[in-house]
Design a protein around this ligand. Structure first.
Ligand code: PLP
Length: 396
């Protein structure tokens, strides 16, 4: 088939590939515990579902404005002020089909072919593909487990060139759960002030799933509001992955560009989801904190159990629902004739022998790590980690 170079060169999302393999095993009747997925295992809270039902009855069944209903953008504007100390007027807000579309809108509107985009690694899988789709050149700045997977402002500054257009990162971070502190973001803002040609996307989709730190927005630092695009959405904190609501707060010109781009791509996102989003964002964040509390309990269970597995160097995630152990000590080990050459072999080994599905770190730009999602029941987590532990003990 004579497909375009664009799609031929595009990598399939590896998280989805792993999920497909585990479905195949399940179809054979094998009990696979899936710790590979990036979504809360909770249902959407009832008060949000009720708002959606009302929207159907009230016939919200026509096209909405491309950037979302005005009253939804008003609510988002208030949310930015309430939770993040950010002032974005409704015309500086664009609502999209998930944060994923928010991100690609911005990348497509800012990045020209040949522009460099600094991506902090480990990074969320789709960042690289998005930059490549725009013809940009991804430039990775990495940090390992010893740095809590957070590159320093100095490291980032060293990667900036006259061709750098954009910096892209998430806090709390998928896949590591790391959270940038006030001081770290302040140092980053200092660097960005010295390089006025660089924009930044701060992906804050995990804002409400944060444990020992306070969530800070890069845009809240002096001089950053005109350079930083704040991406957020309802998928993770509100357990609404399927509803497809993401949004940006951005300088007006960038918001207008995203509106124009989205207008030719998808138009406004689902009207029912937009009405539900108003209810979600008007509610006090304490309404949804029971999910965060559950994630925290699970994190502590998982950390305790993983800490006992030889060869797992485990970070302490401060947010999101992932832990990202460095397993370099296990590479080169054997199970019979099988040699574990890399984390792909290791994840395949865990899938085949322990029937636990995880994701390799190289999907996230960290080839010595694996990602474990703890968006699963405590029973499943305990069982899965016991199986992983046993599988590691069986390596020689
Ligand atoms: N950003 C990060 C860091 C994510 O982990 C995800 C989802 O996995 C997204 C954005 C996309 O979120 P959405 O489902 O709203 O498109």
């Amino acid at each position: 088939m004579n497909l375009s170079e664009r799609i031929t060169n595009l990598h399939e999302s590896q998280t989805l590939a792993m999920a497909r393999k585990s479905r195949e095993l399940k179809a054979q009747g094998i009990q696979v515990i899936n710790l590979s997925l990036g979504e809360p295992d909770f249902n959407t809270p009832d008060f949000i579902k009720e708002a959606a039902k009302r929207a159907i009855d009230e016939n919200y069944s026509h096209y909405s404005p491309v950037s979302g209903y005005a009253d939804l953008r008003e609510v988002i504007s208030k949310k930015f002020a309430r939770d993040n100390g950010l002032t974005y007027s409704p015309d500086e807000i664009v609502v999209s089909t998930g944060a994923k579309q928010s991100l690609i809108n911005v990348v497509m509107c800012l990045v020209n072919p040949g522009d460099e985009v600094i991506i902090l690694a480990p990074y969320w899988v789709s960042y690289t593909a998005m930059v490549q789709l725009a013809g940009g050149i991804p430039v990775f700045v990495s940090a390992g487990v010893e740095q809590d997977y957070k590159p320093t402002a100095e490291q980032i500054e060293r990667a900036i060139t006259p061709r750098t257009k954009l910096l892209l990162f998430s806090t709390p971070c998928n896949p590591t759960g790391s959270v940038f502190t006030y001081d770290e973001l302040s140092a980053l803002a200092d660097v960005l002030r010295l390089h006025p040609h660089v924009f930044a996307i701060s992906d804050e989709i995990y804002e409400h799933i944060i444990f020992d730190e306070k969530h800070i927005s890069l845009a809240s630092f002096e001089g950053m509001r005109d350079r930083v695009i704040t991406v957020n959405g309802l998928s993770k904190g509100f357990a609404m992955t399927g509803w497809r609501i993401g949004f940006i707060g951005a300088p007006r010109e960038i918001a207008q560009a995203c509106d124009k781009y989205q207008g030719q791509y998808t138009s406004g996102t689902c009207t029912i989801s937009q009405r539900a989003a108003i209810a979600a964002l008007e509610a006090d964040p304490s309404e949804i904190s029971y999910m965060k509390d559950a994630f925290l309990r699970r994190r502590d269970i998982v950390l305790d159990l993983l800490g006992k597995i030889p060869g797992f160097k485990v970070n302490v995630p401060k947010g999101a629902f992932y832990v990202f152990p460095d397993v370099s000590e296990l590479l080169g080990k054997r199970f019979g004739d099988l040699v574990i050459r890399n984390t792909e072999d290791l994840c395949m080994y865990f899938l085949n022998q322990a029937h636990v599905s995880l994701v390799t770190g190289d999907a996230f730009g960290a080839e010595k790590c694996i990602r474990i999602s703890y968006a699963a029941s405590e029973t499943d987590l305990i069982e899965a980690i016991a199986r992983i532990h046993q599988a590691v003990n069986n390596l020689t």
